[in-house]
Design a protein around this ligand. Structure first.
Ligand code: SRM
Ligand code: SF4
Length: 572
């Protein structure tokens, strides 16, 4: 713990980002949250506490569709909270599903939102319902601790542990990493679950994080080749499983990935991680800890736009970072193993795992589970399924879900419910490979629509695809409402990044497997221009592609876009 305590004691908080004082003086994430939540005069909490709620897994938001109307009426913004679960590996029982579904209607906006990090978000939770909401989650043996904030976030892994022994082992390791890197402060239990406070010293309260926590969010993903559903290179740490004959041998270790950037600020950029070594399964938790602690002690605490691990690595060099990690570990990492990915998408429909049990992959457009006006009743349908399904339900990092380990005698019944509730539309491969972040109306940072808009843009792109003879072809398309990159758009073959209402930057040339960044192709364009740009390119792709060539590779081979070699030349 020495490095950070010493360093931060020597520096005045005035020299650091204001959030640093806030964290350190928050009494281990308590702040004035207790009072703020109890105060009924406002629907929100105090400014400082809005930062602290994140560490407990929820965000103060206001309805942006109503923001200006309420301002005109001299009313405070219509505050509510987005609540995010910590669910490493994204697995729950049917029983847990039913509980989570119940509180979506009771305390939130009646929908469940699968996120790109394999968990659920609730939107529209009012302050007076927060405690009750979190208590029910706790009773279901789940929590929201560290789902947001400057800590290690929800640990993600290739979906569905019931598929094979390796999937199970990797899932269990995701849980171990998550548990090990959890903040130890009891603030959450005291403020929201009514636990009595027991005084404790610094080491007791936060042995890993100290009262300073991390400079910024920190993310870990575990991938099982040939599937790169988690986009292993887009996170602070990526662990890529190496297995032989169904036995897990260890992980290639990747460090320094991240997506976020700011328009017009070339010092910010998405970056893919570097593969720096190998560790065995029993080393993976301590390796994750060592990497996180190097970042804790050397990450930038002045400028939050420069505070992720990717910038620490850019500033100090990847070799230096690896040596620091190895110094802490007391041993060198092994040689990375070879791996091969063939897609970063999900599997759909019925399929069998290694032990022949059945699983059903369900496409959920942009992760929103609701009963829609068009007759598709995902919420009611999943409720019906959860009532009879004795296995588990798994979430994916592509915002989809899997009805996992289905008993043989339940297959027909589940199939009938899928039909009854119109849960599966005839969806093109293009739509199945698409993903959009939340954006309006809840996201405070959105510059353009995303979840509410992408489906209609896909309608139009589907027409162009059909006309070009590409109706059955898969292209990875992702959209975000701002450059923060929540749907990992910079690794998509076609990426749309919001600039202003109705306007997007268009990125091309990511790989089908999530292993290459795309590049800016056109800036600040509207829908008509998007279609004008993409329609001829799709036609050309249909005519001139090589056998099996993916769209992202094609645009590079044809010189439409220059290849990126890593995050570093993203802006060139
Ligand atoms: Fe994100 C901030 C939603 C995954 C990069 N993200 C936000 C906030 C909380 C807006 C805010 O700070 O006020 C968004 C809430 C919107 C809402 O109304 O729900 C938000 N992020 C999401 C989700 C729900 C998108 C989705 O449609 O699924 C994802 C939740 C994941 C989870 O369960 O934990 C989500 N965010 C990501 C990812 C993808 C990933 O982690 O694999 C990224 C890019 C990877 C990375 O971190 O580099 C991502 N979110 C950001 C950033 C930019 C961070 C940066 O380094 O610059 C922000 C803004 C910030 O932190 O300042 C952000
Ligand atoms: Fe909001 Fe931007 Fe993230 Fe989309 S990418 S959810 S608009 S922060």
């Amino acid at each position: 713990m020495g490095d950070i305590i010493q360093k931060l004691r020597d520096i005045s908080f005035d020299e650091l980002h204001p959030n640093e004082r806030l964290k350190a003086e928050s009494d281990y994430l308590r702040g004035t949250l207790e009072q703020g939540i109890a105060d009924r005069a406002s629907g929100g909490v105090g400014e400082a506490d809005t930062q602290l709620t994140k560490f407990h897994g929820f965000y103060q938001q206001d309805d942006r569709d109503l923001r200006s109307e309420r301002r005109h009426q001299k009313l405070e913004p219509l505050y509510s909270f987005m609540v995010r679960l910590r669910m490493p590996g994204g697995l729950m029982s049917s029983r847990q599903w039913l509980t989570l579904d119940d509180i979506a209607t009771r305390y939130a906006n009646g929908t469940l939102r699968i996120t790109t990090r394999q968990t659920f978000q609730y939107h529209g939770v009012l302050k007076e319902n927060l405690r009750a909401h979190l208590k029910v989650i706790n009773e279901a043996m789940l929590d929201t601790i560290a789902a947001c904030g400057d800590v290690n976030r929800n640990v993600i892994c290739t979906a569905n542990p019931h598929r094979s022994k390796v999937h199970r082992q990797v899932y269990e390791l995701a849980h171990e990493i998550s548990a090990h890197l959890m903040p130890r402060s009891r603030a959450y239990h005291e403020i929201f679950l009514g636990e009595e406070r027991v005084a404790g010293g610094e080491e007791e309260q936060e042995p890993l994080y100290t009262r300073h926590y991390l400079p910024r969010k920190f993310k870990i993903a575990l991938a099982i080749p040939p599937e790169n559903d988690v986009d292993a290179f887009a996170h602070d740490i990526g662990f890529i499983a190496d297995s032989e004959g169904g036995e897990l041998r260890g992980f290639s270790v990747c460090i320094g990935g991240g997506m976020g950037m700011t328009h017009g600020e070339p010092a910010t950029f998405p970056r893919l991680s570097d593969v720096v070594g190998f560790c065995t399964p029993d080393q993976v938790v301590e390796v994750a800890e060592a990497i996180m602690l190097v970042q804790r002690d050397h990450g930038d605490r002045h400028d939050r736009k420069h505070a992720r691990t990717k910038y620490t690595i850019e500033d100090h060099g990847v070799e230096w970072f690896r040596e620091e990690v190895e110094r802490r570990l007391g041993y060198a990492l092994g040689e990375p193993r070879e791996f091969h990915f063939d897609s970063n998408g999900d599997r759909y429909g019925w399929y069998q795992g290694d032990d022949n049990t059945w699983h059903y992959g369900l496409f959920v457009e942009n992760g929103r589970i609701a009963d829609f006006d068009n007759g598709m009743k995902l919420l009611s349908g999943m409720r019906g399924i959860a009532r009879i399904h004795e296995g588990d339900i798994a979430l994916t990092t592509n915002q989809n879900l899997i009805i996992a380990n289905v008993a043989d005698d339940k297959r027909d019944e589940i199939g009938a419910l899928i039909d009854k509730y119109h849960m599966v539309k005839d969806v093109s491969a293009l739509r199945r490979g698409s993903m959009a972040c939340v954006a309006f109306p809840t996201c405070g940072l959105a510059m353009a629509e995303s979840e509410r808009y992408l489906p209609s843009l896909i309608d139009k792109l589907e027409q162009s695809m059909r006309k070009a003879g590409l109706a059955d072809d898969a292209i990875v398309v992702r959209m975000t409402g701002c450059p923060n990159g929540c749907a990992r758009p910079y690794v998509a073959e076609i990426g749309f990044v919001g600039k202003a209402l109705g306007r997007y930057n268009l990125y091309l040339g990511g790989s089908f497997t999530g292993e290459r960044l795309n590049k800016l192709y056109r800036e600040n364009i509207d829908e008509a221009t998007i279609m004008k740009e993409l329609t001829p390119l799709l036609k050309r792709y249909a005519k001139e592609r090589d056998e099996g060539e993916h769209f992202g590779d094609f645009v590079i081979r044809k010189g439409v876009i220059k290849e990126t070699t890593a995050g570093r030349n993203f802006h060139e």
